[in-house]
Design a binder for this molecule. Structure first.
Ligand code: MN
Length: 128
């Protein structure tokens, strides 16, 4: 399962590097997109096994990217994990309604990130 491809959509270079470091020794192949439209394009082109989705993005937000992915039959099987700094009451429902398969609140720890990825890949039986 560790040869899975993960797409990280994130506009903040610091957060991008942090997740990159956390996943460095994991064996996952990491793809990175700096905004929503690029994330959507890379999802279509590369069909990753899992997507880590920042919610606040400069163009279309992560929930809209998720909605578009989940509205596309060839892509809707891809699990999307929302990464968000502003986890407030009601956010969980908002993310799940948009089609997210899970979410992690920032600041994310390495173990939380790796555990969540492993759990969701397992649940989706990717690479099994
Ligand atoms: Mn952001």
């Amino acid at each position: 399962m560790n040869n899975c491809t993960i797409l990280h959509v994130e506009d903040n270079p610091q957060n991008m590097r942090l997740v990159h470091k956390m996943l460095a020794a994991s064996g996952y192949k990491l793809l990175e997109a700096p905004d929503g439209i690029t994330g959507l394009e890379m999802t279509c082109q590369c069909v990753p096994d899992l997507i880590l989705m920042d919610i606040n993005l400069p163009d279309i937000d992560g929930l809209e990217v998720t909605r578009r992915i989940k509205a596309t039959p060839e892509l809707r099987h891809i699990p999307v994990v929302a990464l968000t700094a502003n986890a407030m009451h009601g956010d969980r429902e908002r993310f799940l309604n948009a089609g997210c398969d899970g979410y992690i609140s920032k600041p994310v720890t390495r173990s939380e990130l790796l555990n969540t990825i492993a759990l969701i890949l397992e649940r989706h039986q990717v690479g099994v």
